[in-house]
Design a protein around this ligand. Structure first.
Ligand code: PLP
Length: 374
């Protein structure tokens, strides 16, 4: 038997992630691997922390990338902060909110669920009712950008409410980071996690996280040990901070971190606000084209994510057939519906490097053609 190298085709990635990757990021991956404790690598990691602080708009010292995908960043936040019996208000308005809930339950904490319809933002009124009804709640957790539905929640207002009632906040920013306004310090976010493969347009497999001083203190004052050794951030902190005396915890994914560094250098030189504007402008172009084609958005205009456009599949159209037509004839990937929306919706991502004129034009042309293929 003989095996050949795997040579993937060049696809245009306009689904819910991974997104199109800037060629600069891919070439960073191919640079020589050096030791993860090499002084030059340590220097790169220090810069990476500064770049992540910029992306998150935070001065939090504890701002790093977990060496695993966004789901591990999610788990890192929950397993480090929650202790058995803690009361946590979890807002659910899509698939990723249900995963937060699952994390809470598995930590042995008590979940108070605030539910909103799929396709809508988290309701601040419902959150406030829950905060009033549960004065002993310690945490509020919600998803900023619900990738399963395309809804953007008002993180600033939700965090302000949580603070008013003395709760720490845990925020999923996997799809929001780099794509829409996000200000960790100004908004009072205590624990936040993201992903490398959405609006940062980097390869999958890394999860930027940041913890406020209050979150770090909560971790330090735990009465029970953190159940996960790998995700125990007090150990990981020694690896990412240690100044000169960095201690081995696990082998950092060296080349993937070069790629994340490059992606963040690109974001920094574009400027965060410019990146947010670019996502919004490309979204408006796409929305205009969708309207002309008669495709209806699932999310009301004010609650729409620019980087994840979910539309109802028109009746009589075969979901899988159209998506495979786009893939085979245009090398274009768009996302299927997830969870409750499986078979009913398409999710078109305009994330990071994919939020460009050429992508919008290709997607509109390809979809127009695809919709005529019965
Ligand atoms: C993609 C995504 C995740 C999970 O990230 P992975 O890198 O796939 O583990 C979590 N939350 C949201 C909102 C996401 O979009």
């Amino acid at each position: 038997m003989s095996f050949q190298s795997f040579i993937p085709p060049h696809r245009t990635l306009m689904g819910p992630g991974p997104s199109d990757i800037n060629p600069r990021v891919l070439s960073a991956l191919a640079r020589p691997t050096i030791g993860h404790l090499d002084p030059l690598f340590v220097g790169m990691m220090d810069e990476l922390k500064q770049l992540l602080q910029y992306a998150f708009q935070t001065d939090n010292t504890f701002t790093i990338a977990v060496s695993a995908p966004g789901s591990a960043g999610m788990e890192a936040c929950f397993v480090n902060l929650l202790e058995p019996g803690d009361k946590v208000i979890v807002c659910i308005n899509g698939v990723f909110g249900t995963r937060m809930h699952e994390n809470v339950v598995r930590c042995g904490a008590e979940a108070v669920v605030v539910e909103d319809d799929w396709g809508r933002a988290v309701s601040p009124e419902k959150l406030e009712d829950a905060l009033k009804a549960h004065p002993d709640a310690k945490f509020v957790a919600f998803v900023h950008a619900e990738t399963s539905t395309g809804a953007l929640s008002d993180a600033k207002t939700l965090c302000a409410l949580a603070k008013q009632y003395g709760c720490l906040t845990i925020v999923d920013a996997v799809t929001s980071l780099g794509g829409v306004e996000l200000r960790v310090d100004d908004w009072g976010i205590d624990a936040i996690y993201s992903g490398s493969q959405k609006c940062l347009s980097c390869v999958p497999g890394l999860s930027p996280v940041s913890f406020s001083q209050a979150a770090v203190d909560t971790i330090k004052n735990r009465k029970t040990p953190i159940q996960s050794w790998f995700l125990d951030q007090s150990l990981v902190m020694g690896y990412w901070s240690g100044e000169g005396k960095r201690s081995y915890h696990h082998t950092a994914p060296v080349n993937s971190l070069y790629a994340l560094h490059e992606a963040l250098v690109i974001l920094h030189s574009e400027g965060l606000e410019n990146s947010w504007d670019r996502h919004r402008q490309q979204h408006q172009q796409l929305a205009k084209g969708f309207a002309e084609m008669g495709l209806d958005f699932i999310v009301p205009e004010k609650e729409r994510l620019p980087q994840l456009n979910s539309v109802w599949i028109p009746s009589g159209i075969d979901d899988a057939k159209v998506r495979s037509y786009l893939l085979n004839h245009y090398n274009l990937e768009i996302g299927a519906g997830l969870g409750n929306f499986a078979g009913k919706a398409w999710r078109v991502g305009l994330m990071g490097y994919a939020a460009r004129n050429e992508n919008v034009a290709l997607c509109l042309a390809a979809l127009a053609d695809g919709l005529t293929q019965k």
